[in-house]
Ligand binder design. Structure first.
Ligand code: GLC
Ligand code: CA
Length: 570
């Protein structure tokens, strides 16, 4: 093999990296206004360094009216005063780099805020030079151009008052005859028109500006939505499909933003609805599109007709789905691994047990996930096993998706209690309550009034208590998982093979590389369980690399509730 072939075949730097997601408004508040900020993040970098993560993905901190907590951006090159200043940002970035942590920014370019100068100009008149930067259409047969629905309820089209900034204008203002603009999310989040090369250039320029400032890559919000199928935009089409130009756009972005930069960058595209076959194209190393994608299959399994049906884990489905992705991207492409983020309920509440076995379940889930092949993402608070919010009244919710869905369902005649029960399982706010740092009032998150309620279990579940819990510390367990990935090539790169796929409560698989094989077994239940696959002499004699019970019980074929073991088979 020539040197250049060797370099080409060398695993990417991020194949043994672990990413930690910060949702800034809920992380730590430094100035007492009840909202997390850059100063708060800076004050907690020791926590992240102790944990050992390599990369932080920071959810949006840009100037924003905050209709969707910053996923509605009015200026891509300014920090929202809620979070701090550009100087503070630079200082944060420098601090992170000096601790060996990279910073990945959230890139939200499917849409902007309706208060972004581009949209204000676009909405001003049909002849505005920026008219075509967004997606405007005449109505179709007296209604919206097509039947697409906004992810946050209601039609995906709105009319903008002439010469007035989007939905902030009064509805009695003069309308721009029959033109509507597209918003796959809230009316305050108009979709950019990626068909327009000026739009693409403006986005690339902005990305280059951030990379020149020193950031280490981007997590790209709903990036597969940027390509619309033009014929579908008018008529009876009901669901927004991913247009075929998506690959061209990503390759162009790669060429105009990432190519030729020598830094170790990372790109991850959030892609609802993406299939394994798509992902192979998006992440194949030779295609120069993205390093990895967030797929949604395993977090969509439990959705019935409504996206708010209560979640019930079917372990067989979960295993089937995740292992299909493991196998599908084994030869080419790369997986990102996650069980939760700011859009999902808390993973321990959803997939595990947030009561008597909370610590066991949280550490088991982490172990299963981190022992898969791919790049693991830890959502803030998961490293101490934080749980769902447990809100009981609609007034406690803030999330635009939850609030709009509740209002729409009430208007359709649904029962409030049933809806609240669904939100208790499913709402995005479950993962957005403040990080619980200590036992003090407001969990040490803020000295003021938090923007959203602190989980009442913060006196029991918090960073300070967890880190002092020795063998029962979720944080310590995460630390071991991260260290294991850093030190073990088989964890980072080994082949994955699922065992006993039909077993309803056992999650078992091997990872192998060269002569080395790990066996991972987990009991997804509140009961003791016999695992005959632990009965071979090989398994009985295998050293336990990691387990979530204090007495490792090496050699035993019985698994205790939510017990997980990583065995070094050979
Ligand atoms: C992504 C974000 C989510 C946001 C949506 C619209 O799914 O993760 O929080 O609401 O895009 O930007
Ligand atoms: Ca603050």
């Amino acid at each position: 093999m020539s040197i250049s072939e060797q370099i080409q075949n060398a695993p990417a730097w991020w194949s043994d990296a672990v990413v930690y997601q910060i949702y800034p408004r809920s992380f730590a508040d430094s100035n007492g206004d009840g909202i997390g900020d850059l100063g708060g993040i800076r004050s907690k970098l020791g926590h992240l360094q102790d944990l050992g993560v390599d990369v932080v993905w920071l959810s949006p901190i840009y100037a924003s009216p905050q209709a969707d907590n910053g996923y509605d951006i009015s200026d891509y090159q300014a920090i929202d005063p809620l979070f701090g200043t550009l100087e503070e940002f630079d200082a944060l970035l420098a601090d992170m780099h000096s601790r060996g942590i990279k910073l990945v920014m959230d890139l939200v370019v499917n849409h902007t805020s309706d208060e972004h100068a581009w949209f204000v100009e676009s909405a001003a008149s049909r002849t505005s030079p920026k008219r075509d930067w967004y997606i405007w259409r005449d109505g179709y047969q007296g209604r919206e151009p097509n039947l697409w629905r906004s992810a946050f309820s209601g039609p995906a089209w709105s009319k903008a008052p002439l010469g007035i900034s989007g939905s902030t204008g009064s509805t009695s203002a003069e309308f721009d005859d029959d033109q509507y603009y597209l918003h796959l999310f809230a009316a305050k989040q108009p979709d950019l028109n990626w068909e327009n090369p000026e739009v693409r250039s403006a986005v690339y320029e902005m990305m280059n500006w951030w990379l020149d400032r020193g950031v280490d890559g981007f997590r790209m919000d709903v990036i597969n939505f940027i390509a619309k199928v033009q014929e579908d935009l008018v008529g009876d089409s009901e669901s927004a499909a991913m247009g075929p130009q998506i690959h061209e756009y990503l390759q162009e972005m790669n060429a105009r933003v990432f190519a030729g930069r020598d830094a170790d960058l990372i790109t991850v595209g959030e892609m609802p609805g993406v299939t394994v076959e798509d992902a192979k194209l998006f992440t194949g190393a030779d295609r120069l599109e993205l390093d990895m994608v967030f797929q949604f299959e395993h977090v969509g399994l439990d959705h019935g007709d409504s996206k708010f049906t209560n979640l019930k884990l079917d372990l067989v489905d979960l295993k089937r789905s995740l292992s299909r992705w493991q196998t599908g991207l084994a030869e080419s492409g790369w997986n990102s691994l996650y069980l939760g983020n700011h859009d999902q309920p808390r993973s321990v509440s959803r997939f595990g047990n947030d009561g008597d076995y909370r610590i066991e379940a949280a550490t088991l889930l982490a172990t299963i996930l981190h022992l898969h092949r791919g790049t693991p993402y830890i959502y803030q608070g998961d490293e101490i096993g934080m749980t769902n919010a447990g809100f009981t009244a609609i007034e406690q919710y803030n999330d635009i998706e939850s609030v709009n869905w509740f209002a729409e369902s009430i208007a359709a005649g649904d029962e409030p209690d049933v809806l609240l029960e669904s939100l208790r399982f499913r709402s995005r706010d479950n993962a957005r309550t403040p990080v619980q740092w200590d036992t003090s009032e407001n969990a040490g998150f803020t000295s003021g009034t938090p923007w959203i309620g602190v989980n009442p279990n913060s006196t029991e579940i918090n960073v300070e208590t967890d880190r002092a819990a020795g063998d029962r510390s979720v944080f310590e367990h995460y630390k071991r998982l991260i260290a294991l990935r850093h030190s073990s090539a088989v964890v980072a790169l080994g082949d994955f093979e699922l065992l006993e796929p039909e077993h309803p409560t056992l999650y078992a698989f091997t990872r192998s590389l060269g002569s080395e094989t790990l066996l991972i077994v987990g009991n997804f239940s509140n009961d003791r369980m016999d695992a005959p696959l632990l009965d071979s002499s090989e398994a009985r004699n295998a050293p336990v690399l990691l387990s979530n019970y204090a007495e490792a019980a090496a050699g035993a074929t019985e698994l205790r509730p939510w017990e997980v073991r990583v065995l070094q088979l050979h």
